[in-house]
Design a protein around this ligand. Structure first.
Ligand code: FMN
Length: 226
């Protein structure tokens, strides 16, 4: 029988910390971020150090690392210069082209062209969104924390959302995940789509007491309606 893995981060080399954190904190959603570069060139790059943070203000966060030579990635430079960006979410049909966008093309080459993508103007900001994306969030730069020379935590305030027909029910704002089919990053070159879906009824403390539940495992679990 193998022993439990038990490791202090104090003595762990940076590359091993990266390996463990990225391998264990999964799955992560992928933001395919579009920004406007000099002369209006549209830049696109994927970021999986990404998530939504809050609804008031409505913030998303991006973890932007520097290039190996220590300079800023084009996405970070463009956000700083233009004050806006679009988070385009990635589904199965976009995944391969998202991967092309992660190639370190020179700054004067648009990943949009290289990946065979197209853009449409945004409603509230100058940076355009990706036409093929299932969902796009138009963001105004809110705040960037310069954690170190190599790492920035960039926050964007969502001003406008677009979704492909069928993904969001406009009356109730329910999301149909079967129509959406988001792709997530695992680690290295591994990705995943959603597996089995199920629901939990969330209860208050009063409801927990009323239910007479005696074991933690008695919470109801059921499959999501298909
Ligand atoms: C799925 C995926 C997720 C990535 N996530 C990040 C990330 O969270 N932060 C980061 O700095 N780079 C990340 N990268 C690498 C960037 O996409 C890559 O460095 C890209 O060339 C940056 O482009 P830019 O210079 O046009 O901004 C990721 C790459 C892939 C394929």
């Amino acid at each position: 029988m193998s022993a439990p893995f038990d490791q202090s981060f104090a003595t762990l080399p940076m590359s091993d910390r990266y390996k463990l954190l990225c391998g264990l904190v999964i799955p992560r959603p992928i933001a395919l971020v579009t920004t406007l570069g000099p002369a209006g060139l549209v830049n696109a790059a994927p970021f999986s150090f990404f998530n939504v943070f809050s609804e008031d203000p409505p913030l998303v966060v991006l973890g932007l690392q520097s290039k190996p030579d220590g300079s800023l990635k084009d996405t970070a430079t463009n956000i700083r210069e233009t004050g806006c960006f679009v988070v385009n979410l990635v589904d199965a049909s976009l995944a391969e082209r998202m991967n092309i966008c992660s190639i370190d093309f020179p700054s004067d080459v648009s990943e949009i062209d290289m990946a065979g993508l197209s853009t449409v103007p945004s409603s509230a900001i100058a940076a355009p969104r990706i036409a093929e994306a299932p969902v796009s969030l138009e963001c105004r730069h809110y705040l960037t924390l310069e954690i170190s020379r190599e790492r920035r935590l960039c926050m964007g305030e969502v001003l406008h959302v677009h979704a492909r027909p069928g993904i969001v029910d406009p009356a109730r704002l329910y999301v149909d995940v079967d129509k959406y089919q988001p792709v997530a990053r695992l680690f290295g070159n591994y990705y995943a789509t959603l597996g089995e879906k199920f629901t939990f009824q969330r209860r208050t403390y009063a409801e927990w007491n009323e239910s007479g539940a005696t074991t933690p495992g008695s919470a109801g679990r059921s499959r999501a309606p298909s």
